[in-house]
Design a protein around this ligand. Structure first.
Ligand code: PRX
Length: 637
């Protein structure tokens, strides 16, 4: 496979960037020409950010799986598409070639059809990191069904909310998942989510852990049994459903500043072009290389850089079931050596946790196959950047610091490996097609360099969010209303004297815990469900490994017995309502919260106290009861 649009030099970057801004339609038509279309588009781009309404390649007909699978078969059918490493280092790894993956996707697509799933239906996928997860997503795409993957760490309640919001009638899951030393009983969580549910028509269960599960008659079926039925039917084919460029490919839920997660919607053609283009360029992928992205497919990074980006490029994508610290903190380096990984794409939180484990875990590992390192999910601090560079990249591998969001589909601001320079803790320059700008609180654009502001994007790129599922107005309000005619990212940002971008973190009430987005309002809602809680306020504070930790101030009902037990109960409540990922790291019981006369909680003060600041708390004169601040400082945990 060749990539005529691959940027090779700094001049290429400058030229492509200029072209993409001056004539986006021509630029993206040239890139899109390299894909398989059943019918070419009528119009490359139609847009306004008012509604918003963005359409890429409208009139075009295609199926993304023909681009991720069929088109590679003739020349690269025997190339591994997915390599898989088990959680258990002693279990045999797996290699699935493009031919085999195509076969399995087609076969499972027939299973979906036999179970009544049709084009446009929403299918919830709740699985561990096994190749069948990729097969399930691609099989949905094959028949035009919309997948909604839910991360294995979310609770039954969180799943139930998402099923309802997406009006899903079908679920694909596993009996359980292996993750580090833990077995996660996925099917049992699904069963809890489905108590009282009358809309789910079928649950397809893949057997991974041999955990006992309850299979409900008329609803639950085993993956393997269904495959046998397809084999017995003697019809192995499943032609790709012909889809419109702007048909929905998937929904992925993400947290915002309100209590309810949003279903971010991505559509087929734009997302495909964007993930492919960014994959091939940022990582400088060369055919034959092994790309290892350590993210979970339950998050956007896994969607874009384990499945769609690499597979649309005919690349070999390595998928890992476990965690970097199991059975010990050398696991990633063992995997790099075992598979001779060329590109390693991971998260600052993983780097920081491994950094703290000592050098014996990487010192004697053979990491010489590595050519490019990548970071995503949160700002990477300089110490972690240098550790990664020195100990893992041996000061020979460019590190790409890739800034982007679930809503963006793919990488937006990043250096290009070996082509544009990397700077520790800077995402650096926008990719072609991306027009960042900084605005002040009033929405006025801040021009020039050496400035700080809120990061917005001025014009659409192919992977932009199209809507929030079932509620377009919410999409408009969240992303397109704060600053007219701009997409607002929710991030603060600095532009240095040379025009390089450095993301400084969220400016809204969204936390970034271990690279996962969690809304403070969501956590507060969960805490407030506990009987002993009167009110709560949640803020982030700097955490050495997680980037941000969750600090909860809770007004506890004094008449409730046993305060110690109740802290545990609160943690249990959050785990039930959202999942263990949202558990507060610290809980402080407080007699009251700092509120303005109009009843608004002054989070700025709570954030400062959580950060350890006790004197410079800013203006507290507008508080209804300033003495509450002293009491909170005295009781800090
Ligand atoms: O604050 C930014 C941070 O993660 C947020 C997006 O989170 P999510 O949608 O979960 O997607 C994460 C993976 C793409 C952003 O608003 N973020 C992501 N990457 C970086 C980053 N902050 C700084 N530097 C990055 N490279």
């Amino acid at each position: 496979m060749t990539y005529p649009y691959q940027i090779k030099t700094l001049e290429d970057y400058n030229r492509q960037y200029k072209e993409s801004i001056e004539n986006p339609e021509k630029f993206w038509a040239n890139v899109a020409d390299n894909f398989t279309w059943q019918k070419k588009w009528d119009k490359v781009l139609d847009w306004n950010f008012k509604e918003p309404n963005v359409k890429w390649f409208s009139g075009g007909k295609l199926n993304i799986t023909e681009n991720c699978l069929d088109r590679h078969l003739a020349k690269n059918g025997d190339t591994p598409a997915i390599l898989w490493e088990s959680n258990n280092p002693k279990e045999q790894s797996r290699k699935i070639t493009y031919k085999e993956l195509h076969f399995k996707v087609v076969q499972f697509a027939n299973v979906l059809k036999n179970n009544g799933i049709k084009k446009g239906d929403r299918v919830c996928i709740y699985m561990g990191m096994i190749p069948e997860l990729a097969i399930a997503t691609l099989s949905c795409a094959r028949i035009g069904a919309v997948h909604s993957v839910i991360f294995g760490g979310f609770s039954a309640q969180a799943i139930a909310d998402r099923l309802l919001d997406a009006k899903s009638e079908f679920i694909i899951t596993c009996d359980g998942a292996f993750r580090g030393a833990k077995d996660i009983p996925l099917k049992s969580v699904i069963d809890d989510a489905l108590v009282g549910n009358k809309t789910i028509k079928s649950v397809i269960v893949y057997e991974r852990t041999q955990t006992p599960v309850s299979m409900i008659k008329g609803r639950d079926v085993w993956w393997e049994d269904e495959i046998k039925k397809v084999e017995a039917s003697g019809n192995p084919d499943c032609p790709a459903e012909i889809m419109d460029a702007e048909d929905v490919l998937f929904i992925l839920y993400t947290s915002g500043s309100t209590g309810k997660p949003k279903g971010v919607v991505h559509t087929i053609a734009g997302y495909m072009v964007w993930t492919n283009y960014t994959f091939v360029n940022v990582f400088q992928y060369q055919p034959g290389q092994i790309h290892f992205c350590t993210a979970d497919v339950g998050w956007i990074t896994g969607h874009s850089y384990i499945i769609y980006g690499p597979l649309s490029a005919g690349a070999t994508s390595l998928m890992f079931e476990g965690v970097p610290t199991y059975p010990d903190a050398g696991r990633l380096w063992d995997i790099v050596d075992k598979f001779k990984v060329d590109i390693l794409y991971t998260a600052p939180t993983a780097i920081r946790s491994l950094m703290g484990c000592g050098e014996e875990f990487h010192k004697n590992k053979n990491l010489s196959s590595l050519k490019v390192l990548g970071s995503v999910g949160e700002p990477i601090n300089e110490e972690a950047w240098h550790w990664f560079d020195k100990n893992i990249g041996k000061e020979k591998c460019p590190i790409v610091d890739t800034w982007w969001q679930t809503e963006n589909g793919g990488i937006m601001i990043s250096n290009i490996a070996g082509v544009t320079p990397g700077i520790p803790s800077y995402a650096t320059l926008p990719l072609p097609g991306v027009q960042p700008c900084l605005v002040d609180e009033m929405g006025k654009e801040i021009k020039g360099n050496n400035v700080n502001g809120n990061l917005c994007i001025k014009a659409p790129w192919p992977g932009i969010i199209r809507t929030t599922y079932g509620d377009h107005e919410r999409c408009r309000q969240t992303y397109f209303s704060a600053y007219p005619d701009k997409y607002f990212t929710g991030d603060g940002c600095l532009r240095d004297e040379k025009g390089n971008y450095r993301i400084t973190g969220r400016v809204d009430d969204v936390l970034n815990v271990s690279g996962h987005r969690i809304g403070t309002a969501e956590v507060e809602n969960a805490i407030n469900m506990h009987t002993g809680v009167i009110e709560s306020a949640v803020v982030g504070y700097p955490h050495d490994v997680k980037g941000q930790g969750i600090y909860a101030y809770v007004i506890f009902d004094e008449n409730h017995p046993n305060a110690n037990l109740s802290k545990q109960d609160i943690l249990q409540t959050v785990t039930r309502v959202i999942g263990a990922i949202a558990k507060p790291d610290k809980i402080q019981f407080v007699p009251g919260l700092p509120k303005t006369r109009s009843g608004k909680i002054m989070r700025r003060i709570l954030r400062k106290i959580a950060e350890g600041e006790t004197s410079n708390l800013g203006d507290t004169s507008t508080l209804l009861d300033p003495s509450i601040v002293t009491l909170i400082i005295e009781g800090k945990v």
